[in-house]
Design a protein around this ligand. Sequence first.
Ligand code: NAD
Ligand code: GDU
Length: 353
Amino acid sequence: MSERAIRNYLVTGGAGYIGSVVTAHLLEAGHDVTVLDDLSTGHRAGVPDGARFIEGRIQDAARHIGPGYDAVLHFAAFSQVGESVADPEKYWRNNVGGTMDLLAAMRAADIRTLVFSSTAATYGDPTARGGDSAGAPLTESAATAPTSPYGASKLAVDHLIGGAAAAHGLAAVSLRYFNVAGAYGGYGERHDPESHLIPLLLQVAQGKRAAIQVYGDDYPTPDGTCVRDYLHVADLAEAHLLALDAALPSPATAPAGDAAHRRVRPGEHLICNLGNGNGFSVREVIDTVRKVTGHPVPEILAPRRGGDPAVLVAAAQTAADRLGWRPRRADLAGIVADAWQFTQYLERTRERA
Ligand SMILES: NC(=O)c1ccc[n+]([C@@H]2O[C@H](COP(=O)([O-])OP(=O)(O)OC[C@H]3O[C@@H](n4cnc5c(N)ncnc54)[C@H](O)[C@@H]3O)[C@@H](O)[C@H]2O)c1
Ligand SMILES: O=c1ccn([C@@H]2O[C@H](COP(=O)(O)OP(=O)(O)O[C@H]3O[C@H](CO)[C@H](O)[C@H](O)[C@H]3O)[C@@H](O)[C@H]2O)c(=O)[nH]1
C-alpha cells in the first residue's frame, strides 16, 4: 500500500455529529486539522483531541482562515427540516449566505479543494413524482426538487459550488448523504432537539421517551412505513478521505494510472450519492433496535410527516467508480449497535459530570 501525504485541512462544523467523526478519521490518518465551528448546534467536547479549534462562524471565515490549507471540508449548516419550514430565512442566511462567505475566504486564501456535505433531501420526494422508476435507487441524475427550505438551501449550495468550480478552478466534491447513523470512537449523534429515527428510538430504549411515533403506515411500501437507506457514519467518513485524495492535486494513495483516472480536476464539481443501496422500513428499524438493545420499544401510529418520501435509497456507483468507495458496515444491526454503545457512553459521562 502506498503512503498518504500529510495534509492540512480546515473542517467547518467539526464540533457536530458528522464533522467530528470525519475529523477523528483525518487525525488518525496523520493529517493536521483545524475545526471552525460556532457551536450553534455542535459541542466543544465533540472536537476530537489533536484538532485545533476556532470558535467562530463561517460568515467570518475571512478573519479566521489564511493560506496554508490544502482543502476545506464543509459540514457547517443548519439541518432541521421542520425548523427550515417554520423559519426559511434562517436556513438561506446560514447555509447559502454562510457558504458564499466561506467560498470568498477560500478564494482569497487560494484554497482550491472543497468537499461539501450535500444531502438526499435535494431530490425531494421522487416517489410522489411517480413513473416506472419510483422507489428505485437514486442516481445523481435524478431530478432535484427539494420539498423543504433545508433541501433547497443545500441544493442552492451545490449550484454555488458548481459555479465557483467552473469560474475559479476549484476542485469540488459534493457528497449527497442519505440517512447517516451509527457512531465512531466516542463521537456520535447528539442533536437537541433530536428528529432522526435511530437516536429517538434509542431514547425510547433508554426510557427517556415513552414511545416512538411512527409517521404513517399507509405508504406504498411492503409494510406501509417509509423506507430509508441507513449509512454508517464511519463509512461516510471514509468517503470524505477518498474524495480528498481524488480532488487534491498530487497522487496521494493510488498508483499513478489509477490516480489519473480518478482525479477530480480543477474546474470540476463532482456529485456523489452515498448510501448502502439497501432500504429498511421504519418498522424494520424499530425491530432492529428492540433486538440490539434488548428493551421494549413501544410505538404509536401517528399521521404522516409532511414532505416525507415513501422510499429513499441511494445508487452509489459514482462514488465507487470515481472515489473507489465501498461501504463496509452496511449491516443495520451493527449500525444500531454502535449508536447504542455511544448513547450509553454519553449517559455514563453525564452521570460522572
Ligand atoms: N445527519 C444527517 O443524516 C445528514 C444527512 C445529509 C446531510 N447532512 C449534512 O451534513 C452536515 C453535518 O450534519 P450533522 O448531522 O453533523 O449536523 P450538526 O448540527 O451535528 O453539525 C453541524 C455543525 O455546524 C456548526 N455550524 C452551523 N452553522 C455554523 C456557522 N454558520 N458557522 C460555524 N459553524 C456552524 C454547528 O455548531 C455544528 O457543530 C450538515 O451540512 C448537514 O446538512 C446531514
Ligand atoms: O419519530 C420519528 C422520526 C422519524 N420517523 C420516520 O423515520 C424515517 C427517517 O426519518 P429521519 O428524520 O431519521 O430522516 P429523514 O429520512 O427525514 O432524512 C432526511 O433529512 C435529513 C436531515 O435531517 C437528511 O438530510 C437526509 O438526507 C434526508 O433524507 C422517516 O420515514 C420518518 O418519517 C418516524 O416514523 N418517527
